[in-house]
Write a protein that binds this ligand. Structure first.
Ligand code: IMP
Length: 303
């Protein structure tokens, strides 16, 4: 099911395909233009925002996605980093140049970084960051992926990304991680929109989120689609059985950029109350916290 179409401000079809896999329910169309502004930002985020602003001007009224990524090599002081795409023509020439610079160098540590920016049709910005740590191999191998993938060996793996294949990449890459962070930020923003405070279409967007993403589908039946509570069941690991519980959705923007949404499950076992919270932060990180405490009369909402 497609619930959002987004314009990806990049000519890189590999990235569009990867992001379509990573953002379920989104149809992603690369913006194939040859007049992109120069990437003059001092950070990946600034470069992604430059591309996103260009996309916004080219496609008003659309969701716009932009990504900036690069590879940072420890022994080169973090180069090529922001300049990865311009280091040398992509593929064999860039790899040959990198291996040449690392000739005889023992420290092979490197990391891929991905910064994703999404602009909603009304201009709200959402961000997600992802990092994949690894090392540079001494010779290229494999045919999957693109760019430096034939020489990049992720931490905990023996094979290069180009050998590990697209499924591995879709689960673990820096872009997979930034997309996951963006989804979490999006979930938070849509929940906030679901309060009805800021966008008339908020409730519709929120329902679309619950229906259209993996995260949303998991939570769709369990949690209310707007702030509130409803009966559900939970596994009580003290009682070792399913028990009646209350599933609640709450939105609390306590400080700018802090917690956006809380999903909690609470139930009563004996004289204790157990609650599970998922915090969706504005920076895209997700935190899950379990709390146990004494029963507070107002908090024991088992049905
Ligand atoms: P961008 O299009 O300005 O973000 O440039 C990103 C550059 O970083 C690419 O041209 C590649 O050289 C490198 N890069 C980013 N992500 C990957 C990846 O997943 N595999 C291999 N190289 C990558």
């Amino acid at each position: 099911m497609t619930f959002r179409r987004a314009i990806l401000c990049s000519r890189n079809r590999h990235k569009a395909r990867e992001l379509e896999e990573l953002l379920p329910g989104w149809e992603i169309e690369p913006l194939d233009r040859d007049d992109y502004p120069p990437e003059t930002g001092a950070t990946y985020y600034e470069n992604a925002r430059i591309k996103a602003d260009f996309g916004r001007r080219s496609a008003p009224g659309e969701w716009v996605l932009a990504e900036d990524s690069g590879i940072e090599v420890a022994a080169l002081g973090g180069r090529p980093g922001l300049h990865s795409a311009r280091y040398a023509p992509e593929g064999a020439p860039a790899i040959a140049k990198l291996l040449g610079e690392l000739k005889g160098v023992e420290d092979r540590r490197a990391r891929y970084v991905s910064e994703l920016v999404a602009l909603s049709p009304d201009g709200e910005e959402l961000r997600g960051t992802g990092v994949l740590e690894g090392r540079i191999a001494r010779e290229p191998r494999g045919s999957g992926g693109f760019g430096y993938d034939p020489v990049f060996v992720p931490d905990g793996e023996e094979l290069r990304v180009a050998e590990l294949g697209d499924d591995w990449k879709n689960r673990n890459s820096h872009r997979a991680r930034s997309a996951k962070a963006l989804l979490a930020a999006l979930a938070g923003a849509l929940l906030l929109a679901g309060c009805g405070a800021r966008h008339a279409s908020g409730q519709r967007q929120l329902s679309a989120f619950f229906a259209g993403t993996k995260l949303g589908r998991t939570w769709a039946d369990r949690f209310p689609h707007k702030p509130g509570s409803k009966p559900c069941t939970a596994y009580d690991d003290v009682a070792k059985r399913q028990v009646p519980a209350t599933c609640s959705t709450d939105v609390a923007l306590q400080q700018q950029g802090r917690v956006l949404a809380t999903f909690s499950v609470s139930w009563n076992h004996g004289n204790r109350v157990h609650a599970w919270f998922v915090f969706l932060h504005r920076d895209g990180t997700v935190q899950s916290v379990t709390r146990e405490g004494e029963v507070q009369p107002a908090a024991t909402t088992t049905s």
